[in-house]
Design a protein around this ligand. Structure first.
Ligand code: PLP
Length: 350
């Protein structure tokens, strides 16, 4: 080892789902939206004047912040935008979790949380979900340096009721509670309505799933002005221009097409409900899904072997190693045709 290598920041990075190079894959492994973004986004891209790329983008991302504030009925000082919600969440860890006390998040949850905690050297504890994969709200009542959980949870797809979310926020008046609502448009109740009563709540959402713009990288946080100001101070101390000009323009265009958003989210929810029935007919069990994916396991069927067999046939789903979750597959909801191909395979395989 070279002497300077002892001073490297050693981190074990997050491992994203596979992005296959070949065509013809039925890609149900990274919770992307099977429908394209709104036609309004296509139009805005065609109309985009590349001359604008000569200049730095607006560091305040004002057009997008304003459009989001309008969409959610908030003040423009209550919205922060970033390069996907991963950027927004990483920035939030850096901004809010500095007490030295352990932050809390569920043992089965978005695996990026522990990566950021390690990166920033934030101590953490992971209360276990109960045997039905539910978050036990009482586990979050103890002294802590912050709380974060996804709702609906990933990779379980299970939503926590708004009353329980509120209980967690209310019991943590001394720390910031972040609700990661990456999947909230597909089910469950948003915590946004609680913002008027809790200054310690931050709600984080993304354009990647319900708005079908994972490739553009747009995420946002909503909360009390003091939280948003603190996030911006950290952002401006790091990189003033996180949001590129095209993201600002195309993201704003997407927000203007509420009808398309509702239509595609509605289709995915309908496909999910049919998929849930089909999987159940095939002997699978799953926590009640509220996101654009189903977390399904089949007693007596080896999940890893099934994952490999599916992959062999170019049907990609996600399998996570580990106690309890190793018996399940996380299956993203695709189009009806894609799901049909999955079910045909499963009928033969089983
Ligand atoms: C997909 C996802 C994100 C991040 O998505 P971005 O593409 O970075 O916006 C954040 N949290 C959870 C739970 C997710 O599943």
């Amino acid at each position: 080892m070279k002497p300077w290598e002892a001073n490297f920041r050693n981190v074990t990075p997050y491992v994203p789902g596979e992005q296959p190079k070949q065509t013809g894959v039925i890609k149900l492994n990274t919770n992307e939206n099977p429908y394209g973004p709104s036609p309004a986004v296509k139009k805005a891209l065609e109309d985009f004047d590349t001359e604008r790329l000569r200049l730095y983008p607006d560091p305040a991302s004002q057009v997008l912040v304003d459009a989001l504030a309008k969409r959610y009925g908030l003040g423009t000082d209550q919205v922060f935008v970033g390069v996907g919600s991963d950027d927004v969440l990483a920035m939030s860890f850096l901004t809010f979790f500095n007490s030295g006390k352990p932050i809390l998040f569920p043992d089965i949850s978005y695996s990026f949380y522990s990566v950021w905690a390690e990166l920033y050297r934030i101590p953490y504890e992971r209360p276990a979900l109960d045997e039905t994969f539910r978050i036990r709200k009482e586990d979050y009542y103890k002294e802590n340096g912050g709380v974060i959980f996804p709702n609906p949870n990933a990779p379980t797809s299970l939503a926590l009721g708004l009353a329980e979310v509120e209980d967690i926020v209310a019991h943590n008046q001394k720390s910031v509670v972040i609700v990661d609502e990456a999947y909230i448009d597909f089910g469950g109740e948003s915590a946004l309505g609680l913002l008027s009563r809790y200054e310690n709540l931050l709600v984080v959402q993304t354009f990647s799933k319900s708005r079908s713009m994972a490739g553009l990288r747009i995420g946002y946080a909503m909360g009390a002005p003091a939280l948003i100001r603190a996030l911006n101070d950290v952002k401006y101390s790091f990189n003033s221009y996180t949001m590129n000009q095209t993201s600002l323009v195309l993201g704003t265009a997407a927000l203007e097409d509420e009808a398309y958003f509702r239509e595609t989210v509605g289709k995915i929810r309908a496909t999910r409900e049919r998929a849930k029935e089909r999987l159940s007919d095939l002997g699978f069990v799953c926590p009640e899904p509220s996101a654009n994916f189903i977390f399904a396991g089949r007693p007596g069927t080896d999940a890893k072997a099934l994952f490999d067999a599916l992959r062999e046939k170019n049907i990609y789903v996600r399998h996570f190693d580990g106690p309890r979750i190793g018996d399940y597959l996380r299956i993203t909801i695709g189009t009806d045709e894609q799901m049909e191909r999955l079910f045909e395979f499963l009928e033969n395989y089983l």
